[in-house]
Ligand binder design. Structure first.
Ligand SMILES: [Mg+2]
Length: 190
């Protein structure tokens, strides 16, 4: 829509930051479609993916989405760089497992999550709001990766800096046609 296409080839390193899918929010992610493509486990980011940064409790719609995923046979495990008490609050309220202080994009917590869920990288999807932690980390493990738009803009320090860089990478991927200009929403038929 009026945006110029950028025909330069996307450098290979940049493709490590390219999610396989891009959704407006976690609640828009099509769990039936994931199950149909053979995905058996979901690695879920916490902050700005499951809940806005620093909010205390998950929304009721989130619990329903998790139940829907579990009902389709998808195992779920939170992998968060946040501290233990916050991750434990969400694992308890949602009834799923979780790993805190994950140091994403490092691979250890991703591999641990897959070991706990009993899934292989090819059958695991990583869902998160950050290219340099969630998408890069998932890509390096060979997982299916899904970027969601962040739930809130309120973040501190390092994340704010990374966001600027992230927006530039996202724009480059969108201009090259690797990613759609608009994220998918539930029921938009794509
Ligand atoms: Mg996040």
């Amino acid at each position: 829509m009026g945006r110029r296409q950028d025909n330069r080839p996307v450098p290979r390193w940049l493709m490590h930051l390219a999610p396989h899918e891009f959704y407006a929010s976690l609640l828009d992610v099509d769990t039936a479609g994931l199950a149909a493509r053979g995905i058996q486990g979901l690695i879920l980011d916490l902050d700005n993916t499951l809940a806005p940064w620093r909010t205390g409790e998950p929304a009721r719609e989130l619990a329903a989405w998790i139940d829907e995923a579990l009902g389709r046979g998808l195992k779920c495990h939170i992998v968060s760089n946040d501290h233990g008490p916050r991750v434990r609050l969400f694992t308890r309220l949602l009834g799923i497992g979780g790993t805190a202080k994950a140091l994403k994009p490092a691979g250890r917590a991703f591999r641990l999550a897959m070991a706990i869920m009993g899934t292989s990288p090819g059958r695991t999807a990583v869902i998160g709001d950050q290219l340099f932690t969630d998408v890069l980390g998932g890509r390096l493990q060979g997982c299916h990766t899904i970027l969601v738009a962040p739930l809130s803009e309120h973040e501190l320090g390092w994340t704010t800096v990374m966001r600027r860089l992230e927006r530039a990478v996202l724009k480059r991927l969108q201009d090259a046609g690797v990613l759609p200009l608009e994220p998918r929403r539930r029921g938009d038929g794509r």
